[in-house]
Design a protein around this ligand. Structure first.
Ligand SMILES: Cc1cn([C@H]2C[C@H](O)[C@@H](COP(=O)(O)OP(=O)(O)O[C@H]3O[C@@H](C)[C@H](O)[C@@H](O)[C@H]3O)O2)c(=O)[nH]c1=O
Length: 407
């Protein structure tokens, strides 16, 4: 089985972060031959330093990496085509997708051709409307093609979350042996009584206010800050012109340690080891949930404050099971961190750490009851390809979106 995944990098690392993780998992766990087409290989390199940005074709961790170039070359489309986050596929590729493929013995339909499956992998949202839209079909206005909308999400009625097989067991093992983990990351173990936090955020976050709150905290805090845009504000707060990996700043009860940008795997390990993780966007946000440690999410900002609704939808799910008081503290802290304008009350948040920790653990366990996104995606695509299913029958349950998706 061959799949093509297309990734147009809008900004930052989330688009490629999700595509790269999904590609690797499909190859490693589902035996799929994946070609990942990326229009900006440089954005992948920090996550996977083995990537050579000069190469048009290369193989990395079981995935065939391709530069998405224009003009688009002649390429035989794969059986399954994923456009990530609504990126527009090359027109010539779409035309080629419409040409019937000779069938495999087990996939033959009556006309001796098999269908290509075209998926638009959407952004993650905890909002309830996602359940109604997951799996919707949209027929192409001109070509004999149908595009399906696949929504990641937090309930069984959605496409689920990316989670590799054995992830929770690996995490639990590492958390039982933290000393080994810290050594492998090249970082010292925390001192007794010190809270270690990782801080990955956008540069518009109130970073100075957070660092000041930690400096004035009642208990020592070690903040591990990976190289990135947040450094400028942190340097300004520390009274320095710049900060680089390896730099350490001590103020009051805060030790601020700048660390390199880690590979995706090492970043996971960091999240598993920290007591609390500040994460952003989509992929680090999901990984922090699998880390089963308290998290603070900075949501990716959208026009008209649409992100506030998404943030609220997540908090409504996440806070279930917390006491009213703890839930209010979690909401307050997220509100401030996401531009709510009030003071960041770290002590008021963190004295609850034992309960927040137990909750994070229970949340991860609960989420892991659902099937993971890659498995759901494989099942979905196999169903669309099954010879006894016409488009009509597959669309009955899901409904159609009409042709607006191509506008
Ligand atoms: C800090 C760090 C992150 N990472 C990885 C983890 C993730 O795969 C990736 C970061 O991606 P995210 O957490 O999603 O945050 P992000 O903000 O980088 O990404 C995005 O957010 C989306 C919602 C937007 O739509 C995207 O356009 C994009 O902005 O970087 C490392 O591999 N090493 C590191 O040291």
């Amino acid at each position: 089985m061959r799949w093509d995944i297309f990734c147009h990098v809008i900004d930052n690392y989330g688009d490629i972060g999700v595509c790269w993780r999904l590609s690797r998992q499909l190859a490693a766990e589902h035996g799929i031959s994946v070609r990942l087409w990326v229009d900006d290989l440089a954005s992948l390199q920090p996550l996977c330093p083995a990537v050579d940005t000069r190469l048009a074709v290369q193989h990395c961790q079981g995935v065939e990496l391709r530069k998405w170039v224009e003009p688009w070359p002649d390429v035989e489309p794969a059986e399954v085509v994923i456009e990530a986050f609504g990126c527009e596929l090359p027109q010539r590729y779409v035309e080629a997708m419409a040409i019937p493929r000779p069938c495999q013995p087990d996939q033959c339909s009556e006309d001796k051709t098999t269908k290509r499956v075209w998926i638009n992998l959407e952004y993650l949202s905890a909002e309830s409307w996602v359940e109604g839209c997951h799996g919707l079909a949209s027929p192409h206005p001109r070509l004999p093609l149908t595009k399906y909308f696949f929504f990641p999400g937090f309930s069984a009625a959605t496409g689920g979350l990316l989670r590799e097989a054995g992830l929770l067991a690996q995490r639990a093992a590492r958390q039982r042996q933290p000393a080994t983990g810290w050594r492998q990351l090249g970082l010292p173990e925390p001192e007794t009584g010190q809270t270690t936090v990782s801080l990955f955020c956008y540069d518009h976050a109130p970073i100075s206010a957070l660092l000041a709150a930690w400096a004035a905290a009642s208990m020592p805090v070690r903040c591990l800050l990976p190289m990135g845009k947040a450094l400028a504000q942190a340097a300004g707060w520390a009274g320095k012109t710049a900060l680089k990996a390896g730099d350490r700043v001590m103020r009051g009860n805060l030790t601020l340690q700048v660390i390199p940008f880690l590979t995706q795997a090492d970043y996971d390990h960091l999240l598993w080891l920290c007591d609390c993780n500040f994460v952003r966007g989509e992929d680090s946000f999901v990984r922090a949930q699998w880390a089963a440690r308290p998290l603070v999410w900075q949501i990716y900002p959208q026009a008209d404050n649409a992100h506030q609704v998404k943030l609220e939808a997540f908090l409504a799910r996440y806070c279930q099971g917390l006491s009213n008081d703890d839930a209010a503290a979690v909401r307050r802290f997220h509100g401030c961190w996401n531009g709510g304008g009030r003071l960041l009350d770290w002590d008021g948040f963190w004295w609850r750490r034992a309960r927040l920790q137990a909750h994070a653990q229970a949340w991860a366990t609960q989420l892991a009851q659902a099937a993971d996104l890659a498995s759901n995606l494989v099942d979905f695509c196999m169903n669309q390809q099954a010879p006894d299913q016409s488009n009509d029958s597959t669309m009955q349950g899901a409904g159609t979106l009409g042709q607006t998706a191509y506008d």
